[in-house]
Design a protein around this ligand. Structure first.
Ligand SMILES: *Cc1c(COP(=O)(O)O)cnc(C)c1O
Length: 460
């Protein structure tokens, strides 16, 4: 068929001026592979009746796009204007400058990760964090693993393998993805003993469930939902007493686990890690990249002999942290030594503590320039909105915020907010908003610089 003959050979494209430029930028083998793929697709398109001439005319441009796409791997930077500060799908906490610097150094240089520089002998990687964590939480000892899910798995496996873990029915939560408490327990080799009912559990429920097979009592902070009304859960301090009498540890999984009292920032008072330790839990677990504001990590803090048992578990080695995150975590924890300046340093706390008025002023500033960039098809209004902490922290609480509401002027067929959201997602720096009551809202709480939004939208 003659239409196919209009397609150039691989060699001819590579030898053309455009082809040589692409080879310079991407290398010969990448360009050759992309070109073969593109030519194959063109053959299919021509067989399907497409105009060969037009395809050939656009080949060089299309190839450049293909290669740029292929060069774009890894998570793309986006503007998080969803109003969810700790967005799990967007990587949760943003690290403080000192944490970035420490991580960069650890990436580029040899570091004394497991070496005691005094003796020249072997050290432990937990040594870099243990003292600070213990100072900040009042715990006797601490260890750190890949994330909080790993922390819970490791603690359950250490004390509950082949034994029973007692937990309230009201706390058998799913945290997202495949992290469901009952499933994690099964994988840890722990038999689940549920006590109480969905809304109410009592002290005697736990006592009746105790048996010679009990390995531990588990308390889970129901971080991503709340049971309201006729409810009762046994306080951790009481559970700690029951666990002590039975001679088993109480594991309190806090989830977000704040190191400081957030009520100073106008947020609801969440139990701090220090409080959970003081209530008598032998082990407390929490995340590094939720309210703490550091890299992904899972902390286990508590009594010395319990942490020692965890460190002897061979699974610990499989779940351990790398040097980069240990460096970033240590630098993040250092900031907590001065709680008064914390919100100035930690982006997460800075975003969480921004006042509605500050954000509303930003919305007013951005209104006209954003309207100009979006054009006549979209009406831009300043609006009030409600941000969320995210990552299951403080689920019911919202933070009074402000932003820009984008309304399509013509939405005859419906679906305009979704189409607009898709257009903003397709930008070189994707702008992610939230669809609320049929309009697209850009919550400005996490927008540090006005220009970031204007530059992103300028590509429309
Ligand atoms: C978020 C959360 C986890 C999981 O923590 P990751 O750091 O995401 O692994 C476990 N338990 C609770 C209660 C949580 O809120």
């Amino acid at each position: 068929m003659s239409a196919f003959r209009a397609l150039p050979s691989v060699d001819r494209v590579l030898a053309s001026a455009a082809g040589r430029d692409l080879v310079q930028a991407h290398g010969r083998s990448a360009v050759t592979a992309a070109l073969r793929q593109r030519l194959a697709r063109m053959r299919e398109a021509i067989a399907g009746g497409a105009d060969a001439g037009a395809l050939v005319a656009g080949l060089a441009d299309q190839l450049a796009i293909d290669l740029a796409d292929a060069a774009q791997t890894g998570p793309r930077p986006v503007l998080n204007l969803t109003g969810v500060v700790l967005h799990t799908n967007l990587g949760r906490a943003l690290l403080a400058e000192p944490a970035l610097a420490a991580a960069t150094t650890a990436m580029a240089q040899a570091v004394a990760l497991e070496m005691d520089l005094d003796s020249g002998g072997r050290g432990e990687r937990d040594d870099h964090l243990r003292e600070l964590i213990c100072q900040l939480t009042g715990a006797e000892d601490a260890t750190v693993v890949n994330n909080n899910a790993a922390a819970v798995l490791l603690a359950l496996n250490t004390f509950g393998q082949g034994r029973e873990a007692i937990v309230s029915r009201g706390e058998l939560i799913e945290i997202g993805g495949a992290f469901r408490m009952p499933d994690i327990m099964a994988r840890a080799g722990t038999r689940l003993v549920e006590v109480g009912t969905t809304n109410r559990s009592h002290e005697h429920d736990y006592r009746q469930a105790l048996s010679p097979d009990t390995g531990l009592i588990l308390k889970v902070h129901t971080s991503n939902y709340r049971i309201e009304g006729f409810t009762a859960q046994v306080p951790a301090s009481v559970l700690a007493g029951i666990a002590a009498e039975a001679g088993v540890p109480l594991l309190n999984d806090l989830g977000s686990g704040s190191l400081v009292d957030l009520s100073a920032l106008g947020l609801r008072r969440e139990p701090t890690v220090a409080q959970a330790v003081a209530e008598g839990a032998g082990l407390v677990t929490f995340s590094g990249d939720k309210l703490l504001g550091g890299p992904q990590a899972g902390f286990i803090v508590g009594r010395r002999e319990l942490i020692a048992a965890i460190n002897r578990n061979p699974l610990k080695r499989a779940l351990r942290l790398d040097k980069i995150r240990i460096a970033a975590l240590a630098a993040t924890l250092q900031l907590y030594r001065d709680p008064d300046t914390l919100a100035g340093h930690l982006p997460t706390l800075r975003h969480l503590s921004r006042s509605r008025d500050d954000i509303a002023a930003q919305a007013e500033r951005l209104l006209a320039p954003v309207q100009a960039l979006l054009g006549d098809g979209v009406r831009v209004q300043a609006c009030e909105c409600a941000s969320q902490v995210g990552s299951g922290a403080l689920p019911v609480d919202t933070l009074a915020s402000a932003g820009l509401r984008l309304v399509a002027v013509d939405d005859a067929g419906g679906g305009a907010p979704e189409r607009l959201a898709a257009r903003l997602r397709a930008l070189p720096v994707p702008v992610l908003g939230r669809i609320h009551e049929g309009t697209l809202i850009l919550d400005l709480r996490c927008l540090d610089r006005d220009d970031d939004l204007l530059e992103a939208l300028a590509a429309l």
